[in-house]
Design a protein around this ligand. Sequence first.
Ligand SMILES: [Zn+2]
Length: 377
Amino acid sequence: MFRNDVAQSSSLDPVGTPTRAQNYGLHSKSWVSEESRLDVQVSVHPGILIGASMRTNLIRVAKRIARRIIGRPIVGRSILVYHRVARVDFDPWNLAVTPNEFERQLCKLRSKTVLPLREFARLHIENRLPRNAVAITFDDGYACNALVAAPVLESFGFPATFFIVSDAISRAEEFWWDQLELIFHARGFEYQTATHLLPNRAETKRYAALPDKRPLTPFFAMWALLRDLSAEGRRRYFDQLRDLMGLKSELRATHRPMTVPELRTLASNPLFEIGGHTATHPSLPTLSPAMQEQEIVSGSRFLEAIIGKPVRSFSYPFGDWGPTTHDIVMRAGFECAVTAEHRRVTASDDQFELPRRQALSRNARMLEKEDIPAASN
Ligand SMILES: [Zn+2]
């Protein structure tokens, strides 16, 4: 998820917010859970605590725009972003693509020129990018990337870049948004109690005032509040809440991040590149410049020490970035950086603000449209 700290759009996307979301009138990512997600995006946007009828109209308009975007084919020069290749029951951000669907999507890419991300960026800068060029990326570092996606990619001979949250692979715990899911679905979960324990609980008033009674509204509200905590603050909060609810911390095989040996194996394949995604996956523009640098640089250094290779590509957590973040990434020696703005790359795009398109099960048809010229410039 990415959020442009200039645009100041309020993203609830765990992976990134489009940098120019306003171009579409809504977030470019997480097309799925259209119903709940778009509703949340509209309803929790600061300053848009509005009446039910106006909200309904906004939701209708947002859905119409989303349908138009989802239906748009990849017309070339696109960077795809995946998160998980897995079959999961609860996927509010629509981050999972089933293994069969993933393979089907890769089949559709056979007629495209699939490039390693940095080569894609390099040709883009040199104005030599083939019109049907595609790059494949993964965010966060779920184990399924290494265990499920990588072998399929290899069978197609397709290169891919995996952006890894460095802290996640050194800890035996799930990503915080998956921990939240377990707590949210546990018997005895009570929104008022759960939010009362939050250090930033004053913010809950914003959500408590919502007339919306959809089942996932409390989940998205908690997600938004937890996103603004530090990694340690969230860890303390979850421990406290689990104690109160009598729950144990879990590490599900279907949800776990990859391990250090899995990362090492993935990185040893010449088809694959490991990219930086910070140490703890914060919303970078909310941090001081020094803390942003620390997150960006220490995350990559940690990965480099494990894989024994330089880390030269970067993905903004939540898609959140701004001019300061951009400059830090540039100065840190990265060759390119990607956002979560859901559109193809255009000639004017900065190499540190390359947009990506979410290739999800529900919008797979965009990969089916064969209106990209096959292998030409
Ligand atoms: Zn991420």
